[in-house]
Design a protein around this ligand. Structure first.
Ligand code: CO
Length: 203
């Protein structure tokens, strides 16, 4: 079995460098976390939340899955969201997709991939809803447009969870944001104005 000594070595060097720069860094983080942001993104290894937003450990709470899907029946996501909103009191929830997403691409194609097809069904439903617009584009443009539509649909789903609805009802300010990341430039684009309350959901 391949040894992962290089990763453990990287970790030792990283921890030492953090302490050299800020001796209290880990002591402070060990006591508590108080991130202002919850990131819901794709599991894709090229879209690491902390690095692409310049945030340090402790500054962003993270949930990632295949194609950054948000559905109200996902107890994993709901558990993360409830802790982030009710306990950590994050001020912003960011749904961030990325262009060229393999999960979104798979959802547009007619091949069987196994169990993940059940997960991708949510994206297929979005594709069906916007079929006319997508059919008018060439395949690569259609994949990228569906990446955007998927983010927007999931941000709306997020805003319709009981966790966000109840937070808004009690006057807790939580913004819901729709972002998309471009792999070939490293840049994030905001797709829509943030949703600040129940009236901000357009349909
Ligand atoms: Co992806």
């Amino acid at each position: 079995m391949e040894s992962l000594a290089h990763l453990l070595n990287n970790n030792r060097e990283w921890a030492a460098a953090q302490v050299a720069e800020d001796p209290q860094f880990f002591a402070r983080l060990a006591n508590q976390q108080s991130p202002e942001y919850l990131w819901i993104g794709c599991s894709d290894s090229r879209v690491p939340a902390n690095q692409i937003t310049g945030l340090a450990p402790g500054e962003v709470f993270v949930h990632r899955n295949v194609a950054n899907v948000v559905v109200q029946t996902d107890f994993n996501m709901l558990s993360v969201l409830q802790f982030a909103v009710d306990v950590l009191k994050v001020k912003h929830v960011i749904v961030c997709g990325h262009y060229g997403c393999g999960g979104v691409r798979a959802a547009l194609e007619n091949q069987r991939h196994g169990i993940v097809d059940n997960w991708l069904r949510h994206i297929r439903n979005t594709a069906r809803r916007w079929e006319d617009e997508l059919m008018a584009l060439d395949h690569e443009r259609a994949v990228d447009r569906l990446c955007e539509l998927n983010v927007l649909a999931n941000a709306k789903n997020l805003a319709r969870t009981t966790i966000i609805e109840v937070a808004w009802e009690r006057g807790q300010p939580v913004g819901v944001h729709s972002w998309i990341y471009r792999l070939d430039t490293g840049r994030i684009q905001a797709l829509d104005h943030q949703i600040k309350g129940i009236k901000g959901i357009k349909d």
